[in-house]
Design a protein around this ligand. Sequence first.
Ligand code: FES
Ligand code: MG
Length: 578
Amino acid sequence: MSHFPEPEPSGLRRGLTSYGDAEFSLFLRKAFIKGAGYSDDALDRTVVGIVNTGSGYNPCHGNMPALVEAVKRGVMLAGGLPVEFPTISVHESFSSPTSMFLRNLMSMDTEEMIRAQPMDAVVLIGGCDKTVPAQLMGAASAGVPAISLVTGSMLTGGYRGERVGACTDCRAFWGRFRAQEITKPEIDDVNSRLVGSVGTCSVMGTASTMACVAEAMGIALPGSASAPAVTADRVRIAEATGTQAVALATAGLSPSAILTPEAFENGLRMLLAIGGSTNAIIHLTAVAGRLGIKLSLDELDRMSAETPVLVDLKPSGRYYMEDFHRAGGVPAVLRELGSLIKRDVLTVTGRTLGEEIDDAGPGFPQDIIRPLSDPIYPQGSLAVLRGNLAPGGAIIKQAAVSPALLEHSGPAVVFENAADLAARIDDPSLDVTADSVLVLRNIGPVGNPGMPEAGYLPIPKKLAAQGVKDMVRISDGRMSGTAAGAVVLHVTPESAVGGPLRLARTGDTVTLSVSRRLVQLEVSIEELTLRDEELGPASPEVPDRGYRRLYVQEVTQANEGCDFRFLNLPVAKPRRSL
Ligand code: FES
Ligand code: MG
């Protein structure tokens, strides 16, 4: 049964303010667009904007033309008028200094272009890591009915009989190359085989995580997160998304009606159960912030204690997104999570999540999505750490830590910044053992604008050559969702704004205790106070001009979502048509 009310008038009349006389403004608007050959019949219909984030620099969105065409078909099947428009596109590997640096810019572009142009609903086509959060942030602020459509994952490739996929296996093979287990010609050959097609990373990295979380929050169609980019399923999902966008427009159901606190709780449960990316916490905090909802790290940690990992995907597990799709995808995980999921929340279908879960039908035998009674890992994938190194919190992907390092104390080897790390990590004379704790500072949102995914510090070459695979690593930066290890991330507050991470010195003992949720510098408070006084007040460098200046002045810390302060506010009133 649909909860949608009756249709209401809409279309090109939205946002008519420019020329004083509203009817003349509409007359002008229609005159111009008729230059593109539209009829009055077309222009009088419900308008669905389609955000096209295709770009030659974004292979994760390489199926954009097919998706846009299918969404348009779906909109027209429902009697609406589809109008595509571009925003910026952000790919992980082609965004300098980082894609995270550009996420907020993309969110502003998305918000303002939705608001500026007349549309009754919008289809947000994104996929690569930062694009889905940027679009949800922008759409949440714009307030226009919105539905998310992801581009879908890439296919896996093969190397000498071994199935491979980006980019967990990129890291694994590079690690083998660094350890001199494979040769230069071999690693060159691997390079051509890691990515089997266009689409987003084939593991449970940030892109897949955000796709699953968006579906669990009800802002994307049920069953839409997991279909690979180049499949018929993906194109059919695009068509259905277009059709649903017309219904969403008719209902005037804004993102704030769907993205409620309960929906975010479902999103966090999904994040924990799929063994999702640490980055997603920052993104969800930012999206929630746009709606005046505060996500608490302590609440996440509480949920983690009771939400086991059910999905056996890389980077911490064995399988890939295409397997997850065949196993039933997000609806199957939601069904297994049972009473841990809030069922009464509204989705973009106009039905509740509970109704959608029931409709998805029963499960079938497979070993990729496990039942609650037989999880992959007994708790959620993520844990929130605190201690004198991270009074504002830090994150660890506990499900991906080598068991021997879950409780560990060792001497710190401190790197001042990313350049210092690059210069010294492979120095044969570096005083480091497998028991050392690698500490990297000044890679937080302000200290290294964009908060690079450099928190996954490489194992020093000489140790890698001895077979060392994992070490405790601590930083105020991020880690790629496709990486795994004993890596403490998002240390807050960051060192560049005066956080205690700046007080660590090489040789200090550092303790990581995941069971006690602790990351601690074993140095007396008196000594730390003395070091703090010696360093004086933190004075982060502020660039002279442009977006970079805006970023450094306005970005919030990781526990607040790294959004800009002036964006991280709910919009006062919902948008209405004339
Ligand atoms: Fe785009 Fe991984 S690089 S999703
Ligand atoms: Mg990534």
